[in-house]
Design a protein around this ligand. Sequence first.
Ligand code: EPZ
Length: 418
Amino acid sequence: MGRLVIQGERRLDGEVHIHGAKNSALPILAATLLAQGVCELHNCPALSDVRAAAAILRHLGCRVEQHGTVVTVDATAPCRGDIPDSLMREMRSSIVFLGAIVARTGGAELSFPGGCELGPRPIDLHLAALRQMGVAIHEEGGKLHCTVNGRLVGCPITLAFPSVGATENIVLAAVTAQGITTVYNAAREPEIVDLCEFLTACGARIRGAGESTLVIEGVEALHGCCHRVIPDRIETVTYMGAAAITGGSLLLRDVCPLHLQAVLPLFEEMGCRVSVREQELLVSAPQRLTRVKSVRTLPYPGFPTDAQALLMAMACVAKGTSVFVETIFESRYKHVGELMRLGARVKVEGRVAVVEGVAQLSGAPVECTDLRGGAALVLAGLAAQGTTVLSELHHLERGYEAIIKDLTAAGASLILEE
Ligand code: EPZ
C-alpha cells in the first residue's frame, strides 16, 4: 500500500457505520474448525487479518467463502494440524488456532508467533493451560509440536493474568474435551462473550461468559451455525476520536455502547458531548479539547489498551496535561516518536506517558508503527496544520476496513497515493 496524504484542520461532520469486530471474528474463525458442518458468519470485517485467518482455514482443509461481510466456513472435511511459518507470520494472533486444531485433530504443529510491535508476545499462559488439559507440547526449532493421547481432558485452570488469547485457546480446547473445564481469572472482553455465544449456537455448553470464572462442559461434537459478529469497539473509539480531535460531530451507527463504558466518560471529561440511543452514538466536540487527567489501561471492563494511542492523539492538542499508564503491554508507546514529529509534547518514563497539550500540531511525514498507533497518527494528521503524509499503511489494513472512505465521507481530506 502507498502513502496517505492528509490535509489537516478540517472539521468532521457526518455519519459512519461501524464494522464487525476484528478481535471477535478471528477467534470465531478459529472456532469454526470445531464444527462438523457449515458456519455462516455475518458482519465479518474485510481485513487483512481476516483474510489471513481464512487462508489458514483453507490450508487446514476447510472450504471458506467470503461474500461481502458474510464468511462461510465448511469444516466437515478432515483437516490437517500444521500451520506453515509463512501463514503464521502473516498474523501474530494465529496462535488462537492452536486450541481448535488440537481439539479437532489431536495434534498441531505451528511456529512460535514471535513478537510484534507491542513487544514480546509470550504464550506461556496458553501452553501451560493446554498442558494441564493433556496436550504434550515440545518446543523445538521455533516450532510447537503438540500431541494429545486420546481426548483432551477438562480441568480447573487459573490464569495468572486474564489473557484474552489464553482464555480463547482454553475455551476452544475445552468445548469438546472430556468433562468440565473451569477457568479462574478468565478474560471478560466482549470478544470472549461473542466467541462463547458462537460456540453455544454450535451446541457447546458454556456458563459465565464475560465473568472472571468461566465453566465449559465438554460435549461430543459441535454442529454448524449462523452468527453475527459484534461491532468493533476500537473502530468506534477511533471514529469518535476523529470527531473529537477536529472539533466536529459524528453519528456512529451499528455500535454497542455497552462495550464502551470505560471510554465514554473520558470523552466527556475532555469536553465532548456523547449521546447514545440503542445502537447509535452521537459525539460532538468543543472547539478545543480539555486534557484527560489520567488514562490507565486495564483488562476489560477497564479502559482498553487498544484505545490508548487514540486518546493520546486527542490529548496532544488538548488544553492542559494528560497522564497515561499502559499496564497491559510493555512497549506500547511506539507511536509517541511519530506524534512528536508532528509537534506533540510527550514524555515517556517506562509505562507512564505525560502529554502536555499544544494548541497546534503541524503536518509532517510520519510512519505507522502498529495498528492502533497508525490510527492515532491519522487522528493527529486530521487536526494538524498543513499536510501530513502517513506511510507503512499495511498496519492500518489489519484493523480498518474503510477508514479512508469513511472519514472522507465525513469531510476529511485523505488522498491515497500509490
Ligand atoms: C488481544 O491480544 C488482542 N488481539 C489485542 O489487540 C489486545 O490489545 C489484547 O488482547 C488486550 O486486550 C486479538 O484479540 C487478536 P493478552 P492478546 O493475551 O490475546 C501478556 C490488535 O492488534 N501475556 O490479553 O495477545 C501479554 O504479553 C491487538 O487488535 C503473557 O504474559 O492479549 C500482554 O502483556 C493488539 N503470557 C498481556 O498478557 C501469555 O501467555 C495481555 O495479553 C499471554 C499474554
